[in-house]
Design a protein around this ligand. Sequence first.
Ligand code: CO
Ligand code: CO
Ligand code: CO
Length: 319
Amino acid sequence: MRHLPKIDDPNLLVGISTGDDAAVYKLTDDIAIIQTVDFFPPVVDDPYHYGAISVANSLSDVYAMGGHPLIALNIVGFPADLDKDILGQILKGGADKAQEAGVLIVGGHTIDDPEPKYGLSVTGIVQPGHQIANAGALAGDKLIITKPLGLGILTTAHKNDLLDQETLDEIISIMSTLNKDAAEAMIEVGAHACTDVTGFGLLGHLKVLLDNSGVGADLYLENIPIIEKAWDLAKEGMVPGGSARNRLWIEDEIDWSTSISDIAKSILMDAQTSGGLLISVDPKNEEKLHEELKKRGVLGSTIGTVTKDTKINVFDRPA
Ligand code: CO
Ligand code: CO
Ligand code: CO
């Protein structure tokens, strides 16, 4: 990204300089468009579920900005010699998920590709000034996450035929869940900053958010929701390539409490697909946010506190 020219335009409210989930461009005093794109190769064998997960993930970047997605375009790579019914099922899974979100898929583009890829370019809206970006976290804020961790480890185990059907169903359900309700709860309460937890893992996305806000955080492992099976499968080496890259990038930037195990570290840096929102909220609104999430049947866990000094500390539990 540093090779791209610097943009200086007063209507660009959120651009590429803050590592945000999507760009926000002001059209009028009342309306700004949000633009984002995401696509990836299959994370589960079933084409319908893969399509649904990919769309939930693509829409998530608009939700993470506190916006409302409206229309989208399919982005598809598919092998010319593979059964077209499979592609049909991928697109059907995606279309059903978009419909659930109230988003119109209005077109798209397909190319011949040895490995299938699917995702969306999404256009949404937000009221200018009401976007919830990375760079707004304040010392004292509470950090709340809305989906459990371990999705990268578990999809890797699935690829290696090591995942039981029950856990596979569980992660498909988690990854297919739209962050729409979580975002509505966040918008209702108001938040200082937000991102979704995807390829950089919890600690990677948290670090981007904190760095751009000029603050740090204390995290408590005990409070971080983790899918139980991820512990065993991480121990068996089911760590995706993206997580290993995250680790090289951030492990040394974190102050780990000596009791944090190597397995726990890999889970906290695990590359997620279609993970939850990570919300930085004023402490006086923490309870209200929990209530609003609960009302909508969304998981909400306070995993730590934003601090003035710019380090990330990971502890077992609050002192
Ligand atoms: Co994102
Ligand atoms: Co994204
Ligand atoms: Co954001």
